[in-house]
Design a protein around this ligand. Structure first.
Ligand code: MN
Ligand code: MN
Length: 461
C-alpha cells in the first residue's frame, strides 16, 4: 500500500510550524556535533522548559508529585527527561529513545606527529564509515581535554567563519592507477586517516620536529594544554560547517549527524510540547555509543535508565523491586532511530513496497536486523496496531519500512536492549539518504511528522 506524500496536506499554519521546527533543528545540529554538546544543549532547553535536576531531587530527598519535570544526564553523554504522570510508575512509562553519538573519527591517545615538514593528528574512526568519504573535506575538532589537576578544557576548532579547518589529503588522480583498482573498503585505509594540522616550523629552535613544536606552542597558548594531556582527552573529528537547507524548494536538510540527532531533536520538541499532566509518566531518552554496539557505561546496555527509574519510584514513594520490574515491563517504547531512505540512484538494494521514502512521514520498522531478521527486535502485531491507531488518530503521516532488500545488508538499534525488560518496543524514525556519510540528507516533512508522532505516542500510548 503506497503512502501519501506528507507535503500535500500542509496548510499555511502547518508550513509555518514545520519551518520553525526545521530552523530550530538546524541550530541543534550546529551546536551539537558531539554527544556531550548535544546533552548540554538538551539540558539547557530542559531547564528553560521548567525541568529540574533529578540528581538534586535525589540529594534533597524531594517527594515527586504528578506533573514534576526532571532531567538527568549520566556522564554528560546521555539524557533522560521525565514528566511524572498521574498513574503510578508501576503502570509503566511511555518512552521515546534515540542516540546522540554519530559516526566520526576520534583522536588517538598519542595523536601528534611530524612527517616531511607537516604536522598530523592520528585518528581512529568511530562507527561504520566509508573511509574514502572523509578525505579532502574541511574538518573540525570538538571535544574536551581533561587535565591532571581536574580542570577540563573545551576544544572547538573549525566552526567560526575565521577559524582554520583541518583536512585529510587524498592521492592525486594522476598517480592513482593502483589505488583505483582497490576495493572501496581499502581505497583509504584506517591508518590513512591522518589529519593535517600544521606546516610551519618554529624559527630559531634546535627542535628536530619544529613544525610539531610550533603546533604544541599554539595548543599551549590557545588552550593551555600540553602534548601529554592528549592522553586524557576526547576529541572528535567531524565535518566543519553548518547544516544547510537542501533543494531549490528548501524541502530538505543537508547536515552532519542526522543519525540520530534528528530523532533526538524530534523527541525534545515532542516532550516540550506536552500540555498538562500526562496520565502515564513520559520519558525522553538519549543514549550514547549506539554506533559501536551500545556498550560501555553510557551505552544503552548500561543500567542508567533502570537506575533512574528506580530513583523515580523511590521519590514517588513506590519503590520495591517487584514494582520496578512491573513498571519496566508495562512500559511502552518507540526506539527512535533513522531508517534508510529509498534512493533511486541505488534502487537495487531496496524493495520498493517496503521502503521509506523522503517526505512520506515518520517511519516504523517492525523489525530491523540482517539475514533472516538476525539481531532484530520484532515488535508485536498487537503493539503495532496500537501505534498505528495513535498515529492515525493524531493525523500523523507515517510509513513502514525494512532496512533495505532481504540479504542486502542490515543493521540494528537500541530496541532489542530495551525489549529485554519485556516492554513493547518498536523502531521508529526519519528516513535518511547517505546515512553515515559526512553530510546526510533528510526531509523537513519527516522531521515534522516525527515530532507530532512522538508527542502523540507520549501522551496517548
Ligand atoms: Mn542510528
Ligand atoms: Mn547509525
Amino acid at each position: 500500500m503506497e503512502r501519501e506524500n506528507a507535503w500535500k496536506k500542509y496548510d499555511d499554519p502547518a508550513m509555518k510550524e514545520l519551518e520553525a521546527v526545521s530552523a530550530n533543528y538546524r541550530r541543534f545540529l550546529d551546536s551539537g556535533k558531539t554527544e556531550r554538546e548535544c546533552a548540554e544543549y538538551a539540558i539547557a532547553m530542559a531547564e528553560k522548559n521548567g525541568y529540574a535536576s533529578l540528581e538534586e531531587a535525589i540529594r534533597a530527598g524531594k517527594k515527586l508529585e504528578p506533573g514534576a519535570k526532571l532531567w538527568a544526564s549520566p556522564m554528560g553523554k546521555t539524557i533522560m527527561l521525565f514528566i511524572i504522570g498521574r498513574e503510578p510508575l508501576e503502570n509503566g512509562m511511555n518512552i521515546v529513545g534515540a542516540h546522540i553519538d554519530s559516526p566520526r573519527m576520534d583522536l588517538k591517545q598519542n595523536p601528534l606527529y611530524e612527517d616531511s615538514d607537516l604536522a598530523y593528528l592520528d585518528t581512529h574512526y568511530y562507527g561504520g564509515i566509508k573511509k574514502y568519504q572523509w578525505v579532502t573535506l574541511p574538518l573540525a575538532l570538538h571535544g574536551v581535554v581533561c587535565k591532571k589537576d581536574g580542570t577540563k578544557v573545551n576544544v572547538v576548532v573549525g566552526e567560526d567563519e575565521d577559524d582554520p579547518v583541518l583536512c585529510i589529503s587524498d592521492l592525486l588522480i594522476h598517480l592513482s592507477a593502483e589505488q583505483l583498482q582497490k576495493k572501496g573498503a581499502e581505497v583509504i585505509g584506517g591508518e590513512d586517516l591522518n589529519l593535517i594540522i600544521g606546516g610551519r616550523p618554529l624559527k630559531d629552535t634546535e627542535e628536530k620536529e619544529a613544525v610539531k613544536a610550533n603546533v604544541l606552542n599554539i595548543l599551549k597558548e590557545k588552550y593551555d594544554f600540553e602534548e601529554e594531556d592528549f592522553l586524557s582527552a576526547e576529541i572528535e573529528v567531524v565535518p566543519a560547517g553548518r547544516a544547510r537547507e537542501l533543494g531549490l524548494d528548501r524541502s530538505m536538510i543537508l547536515g552532519y549527524g542526522h543519525d540520530d540527532r534528528v530523532c533526538a531533536y524530534a523527541e525534545l520538541e515532542a516532550i516540550f510540547g506536552i500540555e498538562g499532566v500526562p496520565a502515564r509518566t513520559v520519558c525522553c531518552l538519549f543514549a550514547d555509543k549506539e554506533e559501536i554496539g551500545s556498550v560501555g557505561a553510557t551505552g544503552m546496555q548500561a543500567k542508567y535508565f533502570e537506575n533512574a527509574f528506580a530513583e523515580l519510584m523511590n521519590l514517588t514513594g513506590e519503590y520495591c523491586d517487584l514494582k520496578l520490574r512491573r513498571g519496566l515491563a508495562n512500559s511502552k517504547m518507540l526506539s527512535c532511530d533513522v531508517s534508510a531512505g529509498y534512493d533511486p540512484n541505488f534502487a537495487s538494494v531496496f524493495e520498493k513496497k517496503n521502503s521509506a521514502f523522503l517526505g512520506r512521514g515518520v517511519c516504523f520498522n517492525k523489525y530491523t536486523g540482517a539475514r533472516g531478521k538476525s539481531g532484530s527486535n520484532d515488535a508485536n502485531a498487537e503493539y503495532m496496531a496500537e501505534v498505528r491507531k495513535i498515529m492515525d488518530d493524531a493525523n500523523v503521516s507515517f510509513q513502514t519500512a525494512e532496512l533495505g532488500r532481504v540479504d542486502a545488508g542490515g543493521g540494528g538499534t537500541i530496541a532489542y536492549i530495551c525489549a529485554l525488560y519485556c516492554m513493547n518496543v518498536i523502531d521508529s524514525g526519519v528516513a535518511v539518504l547517505s546515512m553515515h556519510a559526512p553530510w546526510e540528507i533528510i526531509s523537513k516533512a519527516d522531521l515534522y511528522e516525527a515530532v507530532k508522532g512522538y508527542r502523540a505516542f507520549l501522551v496517548n500510548a
